[in-house]
Design a protein around this ligand. Structure first.
Ligand code: PLP
Length: 399
């Protein structure tokens, strides 16, 4: 055998995919997987949205040839996404100061941004929240950055350690790249208030930090408009701004890999130069994006009836998660009255940092076939009217 291969060690397993493997192997019919990052409907199924079905029916009728897309993706998609992210009537869009490139999901958008930044800000360091989506650190490190944490979650209050976060921002050198979750913080579900965002934007702007907003869950918090507000506020502040967004969750199009990277600059001329360089990053990476998912999303966003339908379906997902949060808290109040889970209602998005310890998560798994992440993160979107009583009984037992 080749010494090249014989020296290669086994990489550590992805912790979250490992949970799903263990869940799949479990024979208990009452098993529940709360470890995932996917929205399930009340029947425990990943939905195929009606707006997606209708858009696909329109697309199939066209039997269009499968040419390459432009390097930066489908123009209609990029335009629709940019307007969704910044607002069609925003100054950055009207003044053509923003660029948007279709990307391979939110992950691909983050990677494009990271590679672009590595090219033009190679001495900057990256700061992510403590904790953050696990892939943030790995992704920016693999692009060549040193990645640091800023304080974020406070286990005592089950909210944001805002003073700690702000202090950290105030000590970062100019040009530092600050990754922020635009809404529905993964994994904690704890978001900043409007007033806290005002203070963050002020410090970021004053110190010349580079904000990178990751928006993977637009529409899952308080609605499309409300969740996107922070992006608009950053854009209005006027500095350099990176935004990665994903339709994996909001369109239930996980496997189609639809996302985008947007960058807001201070002039149309700057934006054009940025786009020309971003295209080099894309071209040397995967050349151009796949077309199906982008066509679907562009069709839905640009067709008023389909867009209306999407907004309704997205609201349906958001409302169902919220109902599960309320049911979770109410049922635990009954079964485990000594414990207060009210914070679960305040949390936003698909996840809850439930406060369950690693040991309790182990007992849920081994004794009850209920799978969660060791950190206590549970996917509220995996609860439904059929499995919730099982889950509550098991949690009440292990508390
Ligand atoms: N960013 C965050 C915070 C996420 O939670 C996720 C997905 O779980 C992503 C980015 C990646 O999204 P995608 O699946 O579209 O690559």
């Amino acid at each position: 055998s080749s010494p090249l291969f014989s020296a290669i060690e086994m990489a550590p397993r992805d912790p979250i995919l490992g949970i799903t493997e263990a869940y799949n192997a479990d024979q208990n019919p009452a098993k529940v997987n709360l470890g995932v990052g996917v929205y399930y409907d009340d029947n425990g199924k990943v939905p195929l949205l009606e707006c997606v079905k209708k858009a696909e029916a329109i697309l199939i009728e066209k039997y269009a040839p499968r040419t390459y897309l432009p390097i930066e993706g489908l123009a209609a998609y990029d335009k629709a996404v940019q307007e969704l992210v910044f607002g069609a009537d925003s100054a950055v869009v009207k003044e053509k100061r923003a660029i948007t490139a279709q990307a391979i999901g939110g992950t691909g958008a983050l990677k494009l941004g990271a590679d672009f930044l590595q090219r033009f800000a190679p001495t900057s360091q990256v700061w992510i929240s403590d904790p953050s989506w696990e892939n943030h650190r790995a992704l920016f490190e693999s692009a060549g950055f040193k990645v640091n944490n800023y304080p974020y979650y406070d286990a005592n209050t089950r909210g944001v350690n805002f003073a700690g976060m702000l202090d950290a921002l105030k000590t970062m050198p100019a040009g530092s790249i600050v990754l922020l979750h635009a809404c529905c913080h993964n994994p904690t579900g704890a978001d900043l208030t409007d007033d806290q965002w005002t203070q963050v934007i002020e410090v970021v702007t004053q110190r010349g930090l580079i904000p990178f907003l990751d928006m993977a869950y637009q529409g899952f918090g308080d609605g499309i408009e409300a969740d996107g507000k922070v992006v608009r506020r950053f854009a209005e502040a006027g500095g350099a701004l990176f935004v990665s967004n994903s339709f994996s969750k909001s369109f239930s199009l996980y496997g189609e890999r639809v996302g985008a990277l947007s960058i807001a600059a201070s002039s149309a001329d700057e934006a054009a130069r940025i786009m020309s360089q971003l295209k080099r990053v894309i071209r040397t990476n995967y050349s151009n994006p796949p077309s199906h998912g982008g066509q679907v999303v562009a069709t839905v966003l640009a067709t008023p009836e389909l867009r209306q339908l999407w907004e309704e379906e997205l609201a349906g997902m958001r409302v169902r998660i919220r109902e599960m949060r309320h049911a979770f808290v109410a049922k635990l109040k009954e079964k485990a009255p000594a414990h207060n889970f009210d914070f679960v209602i305040q949390q936003r998005g698909m996840f809850s940092y439930s406060g369950l310890t690693k040991e309790q998560v182990g007992k849920l798994r081994d004794g009850n076939s209920i799978y969660a992440v060791d950190t206590g993160r549970i996917c509220v979107a995996a609860l439904n009217s059929k499995n919730i009583d099982n889950v509550i009984d098991a949690i009440a037992k292990v508390l």
